[in-house]
Design a protein around this ligand. Sequence first.
Ligand SMILES: [Zn+2]
Length: 190
Amino acid sequence: MNEAEVRQLFVDSGAIMEGHFLLTSGLHSPLYVEKFQVLQYPEYTAKLCAALAARFVNDHIGLVVGPVTGGILLAHEVGKNLGTRAIFTERENGNMTLRRGFTIKPGERVLIVEDIVTTGGSVDEVISVVRQQGGIPAAVGMLVDRSGGKVDFGIPSQALLHLTVDTYTTEQCPLCAAGKPFTKRGSRKL
Ligand SMILES: [Zn+2]
């Protein structure tokens, strides 16, 4: 899948919505991304994860790890393609950790997967967990990098789709200036 095909899949499934959105931050945006609109289709999730896994076939990956919630699905599907185990991290008292008896073998090469990366904070935390367990964080695989290319994990990374999402204050918003009403979130593309 090339980048245009990935974007089309997100748009067709309603995961990328275009309109005039009021974000929880109070800022306005012409784009809203709801990853589970695409991940709700197992067929699409499988396609995306196969494309993501293909980027790492030569990296001698022994384990795939993702943070809850989307990371569970991604790790499972990418791990299936790479023929590895797939586990996930979750928060306990605010700290990212492995639970459920999950372990990482010393020296195991680990691929970290995440659905949408904005600041990269969760991925950084997963990388720390991998290191604490004695594993080697080998690479990061993302479905969507919406950081505008700003994220740097200190290890190789790949994204299927790069998105730049503009945000505006009410005063600066060109959509407000154009008198465009807000789009109700959760509705399909208008
Ligand atoms: Zn606006």
